[in-house]
Design a protein around this ligand. Sequence first.
Ligand SMILES: NC(=O)c1ccc[n+]([C@@H]2O[C@H](COP(=O)([O-])OP(=O)(O)OC[C@H]3O[C@@H](n4cnc5c(N)ncnc54)[C@H](O)[C@@H]3O)[C@@H](O)[C@H]2O)c1
Length: 374
Amino acid sequence: MAKHPSLQTSKHQRFWKNRRVFLTGHTGFKGAWLSLWLISVGAKVTGYALKAPTEPNLFELLELRKDMISIVADIRDLGRLKAEMKKAKPDIVIHMAAQPIVRRSYKNPPETYETNVMGTVNLFEAVRACKSVRVVLNITTDKVYENKEIDKAYKESESLGGYDPYSASKACSEIVTASYRHSFFNPNEYGKHKVAVASARAGNVIGGGDWASDRLVPDCVRAVLRGKKIEIRNPGATRPWQYVLDPLNGYLLLCERLYKNGAKFAGAWNIGPDLKDCKSVGWIARKFCDYWGSSKTCSIQKGKHPHEAHFLKLDNLKAKKQLGWYPKWDINEALSKVVEWTKAYESGLGVREISEKQIRDFEGFPQLNDAELY
Ligand SMILES: NC(=O)c1ccc[n+]([C@@H]2O[C@H](COP(=O)([O-])OP(=O)(O)OC[C@H]3O[C@@H](n4cnc5c(N)ncnc54)[C@H](O)[C@@H]3O)[C@@H](O)[C@H]2O)c1
């Protein structure tokens, strides 16, 4: 494994060094960032996913294959998943493999449900057959709540739901997670099984290296790189935006707490930004242009679009109070970091260097709690 001296002082290193991690979805946008961070702090990472979903993609640009075990296989293949997890003997399992795009879920609901629901069932079946596992963290989304289309932030205790197939499939994935936790890894019997199970619901994640289609910030990046207008669909829709390192930092912290305190942290966690960072699609597109330094205008795509929620906000108080996790980078910092990363990529600078620099910047950024902010 390559050493990254620049990151040797990371606060995560004490816990993660030599920790064995099984990460599904490692070839995706968030998975590649998390793999890089885990490798950098000395974890032994085995990734399990289909090949990277876009071209170009961050996983290949970061050349992560040489620093981890990368298995290209389907989460729907239970036999293979069980065999690979047993071979990896992980302490910690983080589940990110998913079909994560709302519009694609309208085009292919069965694929979305098979991957996101049965994929989660398969993951837990593999965990049941693998004696080494101590922590399972399922990564879901802000879209798991029954959206009442009112301007309020959802708490973890609120009803699950989902209008479109993606949101519904992720809500199902939450129900599957809770069912396995109650039935097989019950916190009341933690002493017997020693497995802590949690889920994390992040907001709309932005960051360098995302080329997914039908996502706002990648659409902005493609437009400015091609010198075109930015086309947006729902300018008034608000979303809880956050830079990719903020939720990943929350996942790392949550896994550590689950490993050390088992049953106490089992459950669902909103790992979302502060309410002041829930901005409209139109605001984000305009601000992105300001940071890019271009006067590109936004044009609104006319025509009929599939339903997407208008309001979406997460209440992150539980994570702040109980985990001690706070968002570090606000929306302005987040957008400026997307621009910094993309300009470095565009000018041919090393993607690994800029990504490691951003992790370093993030680690060094002071973590302020609410009392210090107000
Ligand atoms: N990006 C966001 O804004 C956001 C927000 C909240 C939650 N999430 C969740 O975070 C996770 C990662 O999202 P992302 O943005 O990195 O998505 P992505 O599309 O970039 O990556 C998805 C990953 O899942 C893998 N995958 C897809 N189908 C698979 C299958 N059948 N078998 C095995 N692997 C499969 C892909 O190969 C890839 O590695 C997802 O669970 C997503 O629902 C993302």
